[in-house]
Ligand binder design. Structure first.
Ligand code: NAD
Length: 473
């Protein structure tokens, strides 16, 4: 956790390593590395019992090379300024890697969500939003928050409503683009909720598709039959596990705060989630072995380990006991810099956070675009496409004198709806970014890891913006 105050230092270590593979001037590299601004606020919450509690909140805007800046808001008792700055910097590099024209930002409110009623959470969220409005740290063209650890569509709806209530009428037209990850009826996008986990799946699947890389790890190509352990079953972890399972992987271990479970024959993610909902614990799932010490799950025998909870989970303390051959770093900063290096030396493939969890911001970008367009993706062309496809099928039938089966032909003729387009855009983004990263690694004769390759790409892209635009004044 960031209470060690070292998260940004970890990212700086990774950054410096990548910077050594670029030719940019050191002053420019410092400008790209350091956080442009960070705002801290301490605001009062009136609790349900009438008492007053002071709440700490932050918003860090790491890089203004593109505007708006973008990044989630985290509700966590471990949050501090170091963590927010570190996460904001990751956002800058992440957006660059997946070609999203935003600078990086991040927000946090230092609370343990479980200690507050819904009413208190609403008041915290609204007051925090008000603080952001006051300081011009939120707006469709300024800074666009989204969900992160401990927040979801409900918080985003409160943010939108508060923003709408207090901004001038001039901003009203595009106000729904002030935040992403909203509920559907508030201008949210189909596919956003699942996007980060789905992106994790696309990224891991793509990595597994290269036979040569898998051979080096002693694995066969493809996701089918690979054993997976997932830590953290929140938004990212649950959907990552679900899509990996649907893609043919076998989930053998799952970990949450209360403990972990293991079954080498495979666990069904939805059955486990139902069990957890009913019993309020992951433990004692039929036929699975309990691991009361949750972090033991990280050391289980498996092909792919997906840490999807919080940072600093794989450290120098446990790195030697990690048995996975691939680590899909779904949570930001889950593998500390030295451990990442040690894993690379050991021949373990780490698919880095800065690429792997970029599906969230990618689909947030689509949501922001849709909000600014004021028209749902697919609304204009879906039926037109469907009719064009149907005509094409009829023409083929006319030419061949044969008829297609009714049901499959109906499926072939379907036009793309909003969710199809979102998922297609996400898949394209994750696949092409992985290929760029892999290519960069190969250009360096595989002497650098995927994280360094991804950061070299990010640095080059951000540096190019500065160089082409020049520095004001
Ligand atoms: P979440 O709050 O939805 O879920 C996190 C889960 O991890 C919770 O269920 C929590 O109980 C569990 N957890 C916490 N500590 C744990 C531990 N020590 N062992 C096992 N489980 C533990 O959060 P999320 O949105 O899924 O975010 C997870 C990670 O993914 C974070 O690093 C976040 O920054 C990153 N991320 C999230 C998004 C997004 O769209 N939500 C996007 C990019 C990156």
């Amino acid at each position: 956790m960031s209470s060690t105050g070292e998260f940004f230092e970890q990212i700086s270590q990774n950054f410096d390593k990548a910077a050594a593979y670029t030719n940019h001037p050191s002053g420019l590299l410092s400008q790209i590395k350091l956080c442009n601004s960070v705002y801290h606020t301490a605001f009062p919450l009136e609790k349900d019992d009438g008492s007053i509690e002071v709440i700490d909140g932050w918003r860090a805007e790491h890089s203004h090379h593109y505007r708006p800046v973008k990044g989630g808001i985290r509700y966590s008792p471990y949050s501090d300024e170091d963590e927010v700055v570190a996460l904001a910097s990751l956002m800058t590099f992440k957006c660059a890697i997946v070609d999203i024209p935003f600078g990086g930002a991040k927000g946090a409110v230092k609370i343990d969500k479980r200690r507050y009623s819904d009413g208190e959470l609403e008041r915290i969220t609204r007051r925090y939003t008000y603080e952001l409005v006051e300081k011009n740290l939120i707006g469709p063209g300024v800074d666009v928050p989204a969900p992160d650890y401990g927040t979801g569509p409900q918080e985003m709806a409160w943010i939108l409503d508060t923003y709408s209530a207090v901004v001038s009428s001039l901003e009203v037209l595009n106000r729904s683009a002030c935040v992403t990850g909203k509920p559907l009826a508030q201008g949210g996008l189909r596919g956003r909720k699942e996007a980060t986990g789905r992106g994790v799946y696309f990224g891991i699947r793509e990595a597994c598709n290269f036979a040569e890389d898998m051979q080096r790890l002693g694995l066969s190509p493809g996701l089918e039959g690979k054993t997976v352990v997932v830590q953290g079953l929140g938004n990212v972890g649950y959907y990552a596990a679900k899509f990996l399972q649907e893609g043919g992987a076998i989930i053998v271990g799952l970990a949450e705060q209360e403990g972990a479970i293991y079954d080498p024959k495979g666990l069904d993610i939805d059955e486990v989630m139902q069990h957890r909902q009913e019993t309020e614990s992951l433990l004692d799932f039929p036929k699975a072995t309990n691991l009361p010490n949750s972090s033991d799950a990280l050391e289980l025998d498996c092909d792919i380990l997906v840490p999807a909870a919080l940072e600093e989970q794989i450290t120098m303390e446990n790195v030697d006991r990690i048995k996975a051959k691939i680590i899909g770093e779904a949570a930001n900063g889950a593998v500390i810099a030295d451990a990442s290096e040690a894993l690379f030396e050991k021949g373990v493939m780490v698919i880095p956070d800065v690429y792997l969890n970029a599906g969230g911001v990618t689909v947030s970008y689509f949501e922001w675009l849709e909000n600014l367009h004021h028209v749902r993706f697919g609304r204009m062309e879906r039926r037109f496409e469907e009719q064009a496809h149907a005509k094409m099928l009829q023409a083929v039938e006319g030419l061949t004198g044969k008829e297609f089966d009714k049901k499959p032909s109906k499926e072939i003729a379907l036009g793309a709806n909003e969710e199809d387009l979102v998922n297609s855009g996400l898949e394209e983004t994750m696949i092409s970014a992985y290929n760029q990263i892999r290519e960069k690694k190969r250009q360096h004769r595989d002497q650098i890891d995927l994280r360094t390759a991804a950061l070299v790409i990010a640095l080059d892209k951000v540096a190019r913006i500065y160089i082409e635009r020049g520095i004001f004044p």
